[in-house]
Design a protein. Structure first.
Length: 220
């Protein structure tokens, strides 16, 4: 049953007459379905326990917030999550500008996203491929807020993301960062872990946490 939720066919070649955007919409509808199903197998953090439908930090209106940050290759595909119900809670979708689009008058990228407090209120944050150059700025401040950080770009796990979606054999698959999940205090069911094509136990942020500081009396 669990396997059937996640093994979804995704032909990479476009059907005759299908536009490139239509193909992207189809791909991201599948990825949105994966995100929806992840919610059934993840607890802890902002989600509470599997049996605790309200969650430890429950929204008073019973909403699970899915944030999308950056330039979504398919807004229509990811927006298909809106209005679905999981664990008796309705899913709502919020969009956030990426750091590239937040350059100031001097074309400088902000060190931190100006809407960081709003990002922290999401339950799931989907990080679009446009944000790959800025993962080292986006992910560290979100490491202990109980979020499920999902992306679909190479290096996302190593930068501190929790789940990364990949294409393998013309199907959407996923890989999981156990170190990031632990920092977010998320519990991922073993049935989901078994379906991951790769799991990592260490990432760059974990290494930073364990780097020794300067010795007492020494200048850094």
């Amino acid at each position: 049953m669990v396997l059937g939720l996640f093994v979804l066919s995704l032909p990479l070649s476009q059907a005759r007459g299908e536009t490139a955007q239509a193909a992207l919409d189809r791909e991201y509808q599948v990825k949105a379905a994966f995100v929806y199903n992840f919610l059934k197998f993840v607890a802890g953090g902002r989600f509470g326990s599997i049996d605790d439908k309200g969650g430890s930090d429950a929204d008073p209106n019973g909403v699970i917030w899915v944030g999308i940050i950056g330039r979504a290759p398919s807004k229509e595909g990811l927006a298909s999550l809106r209005g679905k119900v999981v664990r008796d809670k309705r899913i709502e979708v919020r969009s956030f500008e990426g750091l590239e689009d937040l350059k100031d008058g001097e074309r400088k990228i902000p060190e931190q996203h100006p809407r960081m407090n709003e990002l922290r209120k999401c339950h799931v944050l989907f990080v679009c491929p446009s944000e790959k150059p800025f993962l080292s700025r986006l992910l560290p401040p979100l490491q202990k807020d109980g979020l499920l950080l999902v992306g679909d770009t190479p290096g996302f796990l190593e930068a501190g993301g929790v789940i990364n979606l990949v294409i393998e054999d013309k199907k959407v698959r996923f890989e999981i960062n156990l170190a990031a999940a632990a920092r977010e205090e998320l519990q991922i069911r073993s049935s989901l872990l078994r379906l991951a094509i790769r799991t990592v136990e260490h990432d760059s942020l974990e290494k930073q946490d364990h780097e020794p500081g300067p010795a007492p009396g020494k200048n850094p």
